[in-house]
Design a protein around this ligand. Structure first.
Ligand code: NAD
Ligand code: IPM
Ligand code: MN
Length: 366
């Protein structure tokens, strides 16, 4: 689907897939917030609720029906996802088809994961202010260790051999690195850092080195630098204020974004957008399905709500997007949170307060 025009009142169809575990709890709240935003700003959103997830797969044997990916591509403006993962499906077959399927088959090569501290009290590091933790991670989302290439030989025996390949292509590295530089330039950020393990991965990660140097040469107005990923982890803890934009491969991006989430106060508040500029994109919190919390009211819906705000932004509804983020930030500062952020509210109570504030334009009650 071409880039949507917010001014036309053509409905923007959003596929909503809550998925499994707390994915369902947090998505219900994100949906309430979106409905309030649609009402307040007269947004032409049409939410289409889809049941695909562990329960549906176990009941029907179907992860996603045939043709669903084409439907997403041709008939939707965006996809909003909760989380996938269920202990009854240990090989994550359904998540591979749905979550990774959407990322790969829709070619959503930019996994955009902001790391922003909304309240200094939430940072596990001592003496850090909100200004110290405010960067974005560009995670490559269609290649690397996630391609599922490999195999077993003599499986289940003491002689077993397992191979798991990484794939890095010039095109794939070039486009994610370029996306990171472009975003930095468009958003007034000065520094782009690439992290790899090219001291050991002499083929794939060496390609990252060479492509990064090439692309950086086209953005001389910005500062480019490099850290090996182990050193990056150390620096994220030691001096997070040094980062603006970090770009890295799929697996390292997965790992460092959980670390980044911890700097923000935890996985409950971390948001993401899976983008292919100009095409239908997918939005989801960084966290998983945390099965032990499902249905208990402990899940923080803010990561899901902030992901919905990223979706509003991409759909052209900038004012709504900014307001939703501001309301979440205000709720955090007012201590109107679930227990993971030190509050005492349930998932639905947090969602209801944010929804009310978005609907009325008033700040969240303290
Ligand atoms: P997880 O993110 O589900 O949970 C890890 C811990 O983080 C939880 O025990 C909890 O303490 C905290 N947490 C996560 N989300 C929270 C929230 N919204 N509010 C409050 N606390 C929250 O990771 P896991 O336990 O490693 O994985 C559980 C399942 O989820 C697995 O099946 C895994 O594969 C899957 N998973 C899915 C996604 C996804 O769908 N994008 C992401 C990560 C993990
Ligand atoms: C994430 C998750 C997924 C990933 C899993 C559930 C496949 O951890 O979105 O961060 O590894 O990408
Ligand atoms: Mn992850």
């Amino acid at each position: 689907m071409p880039a949507p025009d917010p001014k036309s009142q053509r409905p923007q169809r959003i596929a909503v897939l809550p998925g499994d575990g707390i994915g369902r709890d947090v998505t219900a709240e994100a949906v309430r917030v979106l409905e309030a935003a649609a009402e307040r700003w007269s947004l032409p959103l049409e939410l289409v609720h889809l049941p695909y997830g562990a329960d549906h797969y176990l009941a029907t044997g179907v992860t996603l029906p045939p043709g669903q990916m084409d439907e997403f591509r041709d008939r939707f403006a965006a996809i909003l996802i909760g989380a996938y993962g269920d202990p009854r499906i240990p090989d994550m077959r359904h998540a591979a088809d749905i979550l990774l399927g959407i990322r790969f088959q829709l070619d959503l090569y930019v996994n955009f994961r902001p790391c922003k501290l909304y309240d200094a009290r939430l940072c596990p590091l001592k003496d850090r202010s909100e200004r110290d933790v405010d960067f974005v991670i560009f995670r490559e989302n269609t290649e690397g260790a996630y391609v599922g290439m490999g195999g077993n030989f003599k499986k289940g025996t003491a002689d077993e051999v397992a191979l798991q390949e990484e794939v890095h292509t010039h095109k794939g590295v070039d486009r994610i690195v370029r996306a990171a530089f472009e975003w930095a330039r468009a958003n007034g950020r000065r520094k782009v850092l690439m992290a790899d393990k090219s001291n050991v991965m002499r083929y794939g990660h060496d390609l990252w080195q060479r492509v990064f140097a090439e692309v950086a040469g086209e953005y001389r107005d910005l500062e480019s630098s490099h850290l090996f990923v182990d050193a990056l982890c150390m620096q994220m803890i030691k001096a997070p204020q040094q980062f603006d934009v970090i770009v890295t491969n799929n697996m390292f991006g997965d790992i460092v974004t959980d670390l980044g989430a911890a700097l923000q106060g935890g996985l409950g508040v971390a948001a993401s957008a899976n983008r292919h500029p100009g095409r239908v994109s997918m939005y989801e919190p960084v966290h998983g399905s945390a099965p032990k919390y499902a249905g208990t009211g402990r899940a923080n819906p803010m990561g899901a709500i902030l992901s919905a705000a990223l979706m509003l932004e991409d759909l052209g509804h900038l004012e709504a997007a900014r307001e939703v983020e501001a309301v979440v930030a205000a709720a955090i500062r007012a201590g109107e949170t679930t227990v993971d952020l030190g509050g005492s509210l349930t998932t639905a109570e947090v969602g209801a307060r944010i929804t009310r504030a978005v609907a009325s334009g008033a700040a969240v009650a303290g």
